[in-house]
Write a protein that binds this ligand. Structure first.
Ligand code: MSP
Length: 655
């Protein structure tokens, strides 16, 4: 029977579209899962979304949606991005799934009933983005010690988990399982910064917001989002607090590895093991806290329009190139960098020049010299042995790196195989052999050896570059090797390769691609600006509250006049704004008004409207607006402009 391997990713917050950094983690875990399948394990991969909490509640409100509507949208988007980059998950769990919610409630109750959770009151500093309470002494320069952002003073009646009760047991587990935390340096950090100073009891409920799983016996409270989120690893495979576990849970738990980012190692190596101990369950075998993929040249920011998203990268370069870049850009225990330019460079240097070139040259030569037929004529020379040694040892080298979760190094071993094969072409000089009638059999052997090398390297590459591997296999008309044959040279029988090989990775002209990328970034930036300006514009026209009384002098300060619309057009890239040219007697002015949702330009041209003419000019979407059209607005936000009841000359004063 196959040995099981249960691998999970962190579940991503549904607060917004994930950038390439979050997506990296899914690709990383996927490549491990795929390699394990290749090795013959019975792999189960779980990923998903973390959908509760105050931040999400706030984001939903800002988007004018209910939290559930909001998370439904983002969860769908995350899942489609995971699909786009080829994440081969077996389960996509959402923390709003009914089964998960029910189990979290039961877990909370069980822990309460057995005395691990108790009710108390909390006064401290709350960091909303991290959903964490901090004591005064834990703050760093008065800010959140985790993310460095502002914290708010809060007091709450709350439930607490007795963390300290399990601290010794956890330390013992660390000592008995030195492989538990990867990289090892993180273990020392957990021990020295958290365990040794003494674990504080953890606040595991919230009552200051509603969007969470209610504590069913005290529904003023919702379960702390981390207690909710971490349990996904067991609820997703059918854990049941009452003991009616699904077969899947019985087979899979404990997990073989939780793949997570370095920022959430504490949650996974302290809180999570302690929750499991309290539930009487075995602990995961390993927690791998990878580094972060960061943007070269500064932070990604939505307002700068420079956030790098996986779907954009895939649109420009294709799925496998993106997978290759992120996997090779990340050292195991450090951060990695990404920029559009470096992705282009890597595609050109590794995928086009080394791999693509090797495949296309080999196929082209087989076609040119032997009508596409590849067969072994066994005319060997010593240089062949050097090639074979590199090729046949690659599988075990790759496996060794993968066992250590050194993915970039594993891929490097495969690229070394392809580099060696390219060198073999230079050494054997097939074009020279072709000219010599007596060397035809030698030439056949050379091309056979190259084809074998490609197929073995490509079989090893398949967990990382999934589609490319299949394409190469189809072009060579050779099946990819199973794991136990991926270290054996010379298994191909005579084959006929394709006459029309596809270019796997075209060489990219960096300047041309960057022109398009920059245009996309500019367009995004403008969109963000337009949105901001539309927002800025809104309160002025949508304030329906009754105003306090004012003196006539105050009213008289406002200059209102009749304006004739002589021209009108939509403001490009804005859904709400119209640009009007108006005549006020002798004077002509430009006004930008947020009424595009109510009037077409044609409906306004030739009309006389009322306008505030002494407002200070303001820039909207790059256009200077020299006044404001006065409108009536009902409670539903429907808008009507105000026109004089009889015809009066434009420019007439309104009192
Ligand atoms: N919801 C929590 C995880 C709960 S797990 C029970 C969370 N979500 S997250 O959306 O903020 O992050 C999801 C994963 O992406 C985390 O493992 C996080 O470390 C990782 N990354 C976030 N930014 C990243 C990069 N820039 N680079 C690599 N990984 C990144 O944390």
């Amino acid at each position: 029977m196959k040995e099981k391997f249960y691998i999970t990713t962190a579940i991503a917050y549904t607060s917004g579209k994930p950038h390439i950094g979050n997506t990296y983690e899914a690709i990383l875990a996927d490549s491990i899962a795929r390699f394990k399948r290749f090795e013959g394990y019975d792999v189960f991969m779980q990923t998903g979304t973390d959908e509760h909490g105050q931040k999400i509640e706030e984001k939903a409100a800002a988007a004018g949606k209910t939290p559930k509507e909001f998370v439904d949208g983002v969860a769908k988007e995350i899942q489609s991005i995971w699909d786009l980059v080829g994440v081969s998950y077996d389960k996509f769990i959402r923390t709003t799934d009914e089964y998960h919610e029910k189990q979290v409630q039961k877990i909370f109750k069980k822990l309460y009933e057995q005395g691990d959770i108790y009710k108390g009151s909390y006064e401290g500093w709350y960091c909303t983005p991290c959903e964490s309470f901090w004591t005064e002494s834990q703050l760093v320069d008065g800010k959140c010690p985790d993310c460095g952002r502002e914290v708010k003073k809060s007091q709450e009646e709350a439930y607490f988990f007795k963390m300290s009760k399990y601290a010794d047991k956890l330390m013992q587990y660390y000592n008995e399982h030195p492989e538990f935390i990867l990289p090892v340096s993180r273990k020392n950090e957990m021990v020295n910064n958290f365990l040794k100073p003494g674990l504080q009891d953890l606040c595991v409920s919230r009552s200051s917001f509603k969007w969470g799983i209610p504590v069913d016996f005290d529904n003023k409270h919702v379960v702390y989002v981390w207690l909710d989120a971490l349990t996904n690893y067991i609820t997703g495979i059918g854990y049941d607090v009452d003991g009616n576990n699904d077969e899947l849970y019985n087979k899979l738990w404990p997990a073989d590895v939780h793949v997570i980012g370095k920022d959430i190692i504490r949650f996974h190596t302290i809180y999570w093991p302690i929750f499991l101990m309290a539930l009487g369950l075995p602990l995961p075998k390993k927690v791998y806290g990878h580094g972060w993929l960061l943007q070269e040249g500064g932070k990604m920011s939505k307002s700068k329009g420079n956030v790098i998203y996986a779907d954009d990268l895939v649109g420009f370069f294709g799925k496998d190139a993106v997978r290759y870049y992120v996997l090779t850009a990340m050292p195991q225990d450090n951060d990695g960098l990404i920029s559009w330019e470096s992705v282009i460079e890597t595609i050109n240097s590794d995928l086009a020049n080394v791999y693509g070139n090797l495949v296309s040259r080999t196929i082209a030569m087989s076609n040119k010299y032997f009508g596409g037929i590849v067969e072994n004529t066994n005319v060997n020379e010593p240089v062949d042995e050097e090639l074979k040694a590199v090729v046949t040892s690659a599988r075990d080298k790759v496996k060794a790196k993968m066992d250590e979760y050194k993915i970039a190094d594993a891929i490097l071993e495969i690229m070394n195989l392809f580099r060696r094969a390219n060198k073999y072409i230079d050494e054997t000089m097939p074009w020279a052999l072709a000219k010599d009638a007596e060397k035809q059999d030698r030439l056949k052997t050379v091309l056979y050896n190259l084809t074998e090398s490609i197929i073995i390297g490509t079989s090893l590459l398949k967990p990382f570059l999934t589609d490319t591997a299949d394409k190469v296999s189809a072009m060579l008309n050779v099946k990819l090797r199973e794991y136990d044959q991926a270290d054996k040279f010379g298994l191909i029988d005579s084959v006929k390769v394709t006459e029309t090989p596809e270019i796997l990775f075209a060489r990219l002209d960096s300047a041309k691609v960057m022109e398009k990328v920059n245009a996309m970034i500019e367009e995004r930036k403008e969109k963000v600006e337009v949105k901001k300006e539309e927002k800025k514009d809104q309160p002025k026209t949508h304030d329906h509250t009754a105003k306090e009384q004012i003196d006539f002098e105050d009213f008289a300060k406002v200059e209102l006049r009749v304006a004739l619309v002589t021209a009108c057009e939509k403001v490009e890239k804005s859904k709400k704004l119209l640009k009007l040219t108006v005549k006020l007697g002798e004077e002509t002015r430009t006004v930008v008004s947020g009424i595009a949702g109510y009037y077409t330009p044609e409906e306004l041209i030739g009309k006389k409207l009322t306008m505030v003419t002494n407002l200070k000019p303001a820039k909207l979407c790059g256009i200077v607006s020299e006044g404001m059209i006065v409108c009536a607005e009902d409670d539903n936000g429907n808008i009507a402009y105000l026109s004089p009841e009889k015809d009066v000359p434009d420019g007439s004063m309104v009192f």
